[in-house]
Design a protein around this ligand. Structure first.
Ligand SMILES: NC(=O)c1ccc[n+]([C@@H]2O[C@H](COP(=O)([O-])OP(=O)(O)OC[C@H]3O[C@@H](n4cnc5c(N)ncnc54)[C@H](O)[C@@H]3O)[C@@H](O)[C@H]2O)c1
Length: 324
């Protein structure tokens, strides 16, 4: 099986790429290396890997490499609301127009199925007593989610039957392209370095997923080939947790963590997500994975495994944004 992954050098992409090539899947890792290419250092000469440094908007390069592939996993983009706000025009272009053009050319070159990586953030805010599922009306609270929904709708309306949409929970865990701007990762960093953690809406619910679980889920969907792929949307969630639960998990590892509850709430997301559709077909996630990931990350930070931990290279804000 041959797969092209856009955004393959990113936080999720680099771990997914390593996971799939080690399972015997041939991967073309397509990325403009906006953050760095070090994330692929541990696998660059793997026989199942071809690395292509190119922009998703360069359709002639894309077409050449898509011709060899059976499946496309689309991850590339400007990720998260803060990053999108930092470069609004570029974000709109890369997260909507560029994706649509790339998808059109993928289908024209004969890709069997596109796995589009979307986000549970599309649900925005919901009744805390109910779990939202794939049929629930979306309630986006950011441009980032609006872009994701635009692409979901494009696939549903134009390519019915040959797409899979995976709405992932907020990721956590250690990657070779590390992001410390994701909620759990950031809390681990602040607690481990003895800095204050400012928390708003501590009772807000959000769905979480580890990087490993995300990679395994994408692999399972891919290996099911057409059986569970065509025209499907799956929520992928390991655990729904309140921010106060995260505080408790972090306090287990960093008992002196300083928590400051604030009433400034720049992000109103509050929702619990039902991942049963996916779990019934592909199996449940192991319990405690988020707790274990928190323990691992705090250990790594306390033991100075991250150089330059405050560097902007550990966020999703585009580096050298004038040139993208
Ligand atoms: N991180 C999360 O918590 C999370 C949750 C749900 C969904 N997702 C989705 O997963 C995907 C990956 O997110 P991530 O956290 O790995 O982010 P990331 O910023 O680490 O990865 C994005 C990658 O896309 C590449 N890229 C950006 N613009 C490009 C362009 N024009 N041409 C080629 N490559 C380009 C970047 O170089 C980067 O390697 C995104 O689609 C995101 O929406 C992430």
């Amino acid at each position: 099986m041959k797969v092209l992954i856009t955004g393959a050098a990113g936080y999720l992409g680099s771990q997914l790429t390593m996971h799939l090539i080690n399972k015997g899947i041939e991967v073309t890792a397509y990325d403009n290396m906006m953050y760095n290419r070090e994330s692929l250092l541990l696998c660059f000469n793997h026989p199942n890997l071809k690395i292509v440094q190119a922009d998703v908007r360069d359709l002639s390069v894309a077409k050449k490499h898509l011709q060899d592939c059976d499946y496309l996993i689309y991850l590339a983009g400007i990720v998260g609301d803060s990053a999108c706000k930092s470069v609004p025009a570029i974000s709109k272009d890369i997260n909507t127009t560029a994706i649509i053009d790339f998808l059109e050319i993928s289908y024209k070159t004969g890709i069997k199925n596109v796995i589009f990586i979307s986000t549970c953030s599309n649900y925005g805010i919901s009744n805390p007593n109910e779990l939202v599922n794939e049929q629930t009306k979306l309630n986006p609270l950011s441009e980032y989610s609006n872009y994701k929904i635009e692409i979901e709708n494009f696939l549903i309306n134009k390519y019915n039957g040959s797409f899979t949409i995976l709405r992932l929970g907020t990721l956590c865990g250690i990657s070779s392209r590390m992001r410390f701007d994701l909620l759990i990762n950031e809390m681990c960093k602040l607690a481990s370095l003895g800095r204050d953690i400012h928390i708003y809406t501590p009772k807000a619910w959000r769905p979480y997923l580890t990087l490993d679980e995300a990679s395994q889920s994408i692999e399972k969907v891919l290996l099911s080939e057409t059986k569970f792929m065509n025209n499907e949307i799956y929520n992928i969630v390991s655990e729904n947790l309140q921010k106060s639960d995260l505080i408790n998990l972090i306090k287990n590892v960093c008992p002196d963590a300083s928590i400051k509850i604030t009433d400034k709430a720049p992000d109103l997301r509050d929702y619990k997500v039902d991942g049963n559709k996916f779990n019934k077909i592909f199996g449940n996630f192991k319990s405690n994975s988020i707790k274990i990931e928190i323990e691992k990350m705090c250990y790594a930070i306390k033991n100075n495994f991250f150089e330059d931990i405050d560097s902007s290279k550990h966020s999703a804000i585009p580096l050298g944004s004038s040139s993208i």
